[in-house]
Design a protein around this ligand. Structure first.
Ligand code: OAD
Length: 260
């Protein structure tokens, strides 16, 4: 075990170490999960108020559920869209977007489907689990419709199934349980963490693979890997540094320690 533990975000020595590593870095990758958006008001999956405490993923987030009852699955995604439309990027998203300009390469690899990194201004984003604002045709994966969070949610809470111009039913362009990730995105994510001097692992419980394999890949390739999370995760002990705190506080604090 070689993690430098930080019980609070006010653990200055660990913050300073992380800031020093970033100051020396040219290439940075950030892996984010639901905790990244928690301070925006987007619920996580596995916390005390997590979505998977109330909803059963096998009824809502699997290809089988969609084949059985697409109306219920769409109703759930429309409800999630309506919640996500009402939120805004938090100080953590905004700090990452500002940090991007400081490095020759800075990639956000996110498991989140809420689109908040892009809304905050990040530009290099790999969305491993898709994007809730995109509909994808069930007959042709290249037929996509992109919605804006500020437009009325088509069909309302329990409206008709959205159809593609080709006539087939559309589905949310997100990854469901039992589905493979887009191999191009996965490869890009692996490349980004392997190239990175520093990898920040922010707001993820690190239990869902293949995303949870990225920090290990980064360490094998020699990156300095930092976890930012109020809670311990199965990967905490593999980290070079751990900052225990909410990302909306920790990320702006780290940014504040870097020279202007
Ligand atoms: P989880 O809900 O599993 O974990 C959220 C993590 O965020 C936990 O470790 C929390 O301690 C942490 N957290 C909570 N508030 C935070 C804050 N303010 N700042 C930083 N961290 C905070 O979410 P994910 O790890 O993203 O997949 O879950 C991974 C995947 O499982 C999701 O993408 C989704 C889900 O099933 C699919 O839907 C395919």
């Amino acid at each position: 075990m070689n993690a430098a533990y930080c019980p609070m975000t006010t653990d200055e020595p660990t913050m300073q170490r992380v800031a020093r590593a970033l100051a020396l870095a040219r290439t940075v990758a950030v892996l984010t999960g639901a905790g990244m958006s928690a301070e925006s008001g987007v619920p996580t999956f596995r916390g005390t108020d997590g979505l998977w405490r109330t909803f059963r993923p096998e009824q809502l987030a699997t290809p089988e559920a969609f084949a059985r009852d697409p109306g219920t699955v769409w109703e759930w995604y429309r409800w999630r869209r309506s919640r996500m439309a009402a939120v805004a990027p938090n100080p953590g998203h905004l700090a990452l977007a500002r940090l991007e300009a400081r490095f020759s390469e800075f990639t956000v690899v996110t498991q989140n489907i809420d689109g908040l990194h892009a809304r905050a201004g990040s530009r290099e984003i790999i969305e491993l689990h898709g994007n809730i604002w995109r509909d994808r045709c069930t007959a042709n994966v290249n037929h996509l419709v992109v919605h804006r969070p500020d437009e009325p949610i088509a069909g309302g809470a329990s409206g008709a199934l959205p159809r593609c111009h080709c006539g087939a039913v559309m589905r949310p362009d997100v990854v469901w349980f039992g589905e493979a990730l887009d191999p191009v995105n996965t490869q890009r994510a692996c490349d980004a963490v392997r190239r990175a001097d520093v990898v920040l692992v922010v707001g993820t419980s690190s239990v869902v693979y293949p995303a949870a394999s990225l920090p290990g890949l980064a360490r094998q390739a020699g990156a300095y890997v930092v976890e930012i999370n109020p809670e311990e995760t199965p990967l905490s002990r593999e980290m070079d540094a751990v900052l225990r705190g909410p990302s909306g506080v920790v990320l702006p604090s780290i940014e504040g320690l870097l020279s202007p």
